[in-house]
Design a protein around this ligand. Sequence first.
Ligand SMILES: [Zn+2]
Length: 322
Amino acid sequence: MSIFRKTSLACPACKAAVEFDEVHSVNADRRPDLRLAILDDTFQQQVCPNCGRQFRLDPAFNLMDTRYGQWIDAAPLSELKNWKAREEHSRSLFNRAYGAEASELAQEIGAGLTPRLTFGWPALREKLLAAENQLDDTALELCKAVVMRNADSPVSARSELRLIDVTEDELTFAWMLSADESPGPTLRLGRALYEEVAADGDGDWDELKDDFANALFVDLNRLMISGEAPQTPAEPPSGFTAPEAPAAAGASAPETAPGQTGAGAGIKDTGVAGAAEEAAADEEEDSETTASEPKSKKSAGEAKKAKTKGSAKKKGDGKKKK
Ligand SMILES: [Zn+2]
């Protein structure tokens, strides 16, 4: 069941009230068009009828697609800094819907689903793209680690690497500016490298793989962001503010982790036309997609994994490149 609710949002440009069909849940088995709209970067995007400004709502919904075995808790980028608490929230959400706490029938469906947590549109799109191209998402993150070891990569606290295209021979990644998810420079990786990393004949990647084992948030960001940044009261609520102009890339403050700068914006202007606006008339309470409970079970293992960017890099450098 795909669930939309009519809501009224203030246009980020002219502040006029705009009717919006806000998505809460996507069943891509029944609505493959919604999956396509995510891949097209047109989902949850709309034009203000008053001033013509195009804007897009941050993701805050669940997606299920049994064809690809995917269940994704798609969270807004602004919550990235609290990923640990959010991951626990996602895990309990999945357990209630398709896991140990669900009905027998739901558990049967759940057995074919891999739960994941993403922050922001590019991360969500990346998971869909990977699944459709039979790419293992853990291996994909390991490939990014290979790229980030490269001294030429424009790695900074303000950008993150996302898969944007896949061909028979190559994977294309783009450096996305964390503040507003705008795409930066791209780079291509031979599919052979991916295959090599995925096969991991020498066990070179065991340590990194351990970091992703049983994780819902399968993303290099989990090694770079402690997940425990305090919530500043001044932070605007997600879903209602226009983004600041993107800050100049490159000037990375040492204490700023990816996604922590200007990530409170919930609506962003976009340059692409068209919107997925078909609203399902039905409403059904089946999921809770927003609030993240601040109770996170902190084990010694998790604390150990909470790496600063510096130490995550060091860890990577310590490994031999094949
Ligand atoms: Zn407007």
